[in-house]
Design a protein around this ligand. Structure first.
Ligand SMILES: Nc1ncnc2c1ncn2[C@@H]1O[C@H](COP(=O)(O)OP(=O)(O)OP(=O)(O)O)[C@@H](O)[C@H]1O
Length: 241
């Protein structure tokens, strides 16, 4: 497990953050990050305890929130200069997100869920010649039975199946960066290993960069690099569990 910083070459970075300061409004929690870089194609695990600020850091990287000061570059683009609309568009184009609770549309089928990001991202849409076929191929590659993907509402799928749909939705249109927020937290060790295999396969095929956050240190040897949140950020105003 390598705790070292990635080399400081801007052209090779998918994500670069420096001198970040951020506070949530109406909350005592604040964080600072002096330097954080993720190389293109790297698979990085961000480890940290509950309440330490992992999701907050992901929100900053995804441009969901803006830092009070500092610079965040994603796929070569400075986020802090952009309007909310342009940040949203950049996120849709460049980042596929896998949420902890999957966040699928419950009444839509799996294939409809997988296609959702293409509605918000012209860049990812142009990479799909036949979007529905590509969504079905992704679902098949992730081991989802065809009839389940086309005929059932997502709410009828098991947690493990919903998780695979969430991966396919993140991967459609091959975004440059995949961000996964604790996607294995509800899984036993065997299912966790299977999930990581499927995710890594897809990430390798798309040539994407992967940042996954977790509190599970057992995952560390699967990744190119592991960063402990406590080595990266200084927080105040919160007691970490
Ligand atoms: N929308 C918000 N508004 C105000 N405070 C928030 C908000 N989201 C998170 N916080 C606060 O920021 C701190 C860090 O939360 P965050 O969710 O980033 O931690 P985490 O490491 O992802 O935790 P977990 O592993 O439990 O998901 C917490 O004290 C939390 O209360």
């Amino acid at each position: 497990m390598d705790h070292g910083a990635a080399p400081a070459q801007p052209d090779t970075c998918a994500i670069e953050a420096s001198d970040i300061r951020f506070s949530w409004p109406n909350s005592a929690f604040s964080m600072t990050v002096s330097e954080f870089r993720v190389q293109r194609g790297e698979k990085l695990l961000l480890l940290g305890e509950s309440g330490g600020g992992k999701s907050t850091l992901l929100s900053l990287i995804c441009g969901v929130v803006s830092p009070d000061q500092g610079s965040i570059r994603v796929a070569g683009q400075e986020l802090t200069n952009l309007s909310t609309f342009r940040r949203d568009r950049l996120r849709a184009n460049k980042i596929g997100v896998i949420f902890q609770m999957f966040n699928l549309l419950p009444y839509a089928s799996a294939v409809e869920n997988i296609l959702v990001p293409l509605c918000f991202s012209p860049e990812r849409r142009t990479r799909c010649t036949t979007p529905r076929d590509e969504a079905l191929e992704l679902a098949a590659a992730l081991g989802l039975p065809r009839n389940l993907v086309t005929d059932e509402p997502a709410s009828n799928l098991s947690a493990g199946q919903q998780q695979r749909v969430a991966v396919a939705r993140a991967m459609i249109g091959r975004p440059e960066i995949i961000v996964a927020d604790e996607p294995t937290s509800a899984l036993d060790k065997k299912s966790q290993a299977e999930f990581i295999d499927l995710l890594f396969d897809q990430v390798a095929q798309a040539g994407s960069t992967l940042i996954m956050v977790s509190h599970d240190e057992r995952l560390a040897d699967r990744f190119d690099r592991t960063v402990q949140l406590s080595d990266l950020v200084v927080t105040s105003g919160v007691a970490v569990a």
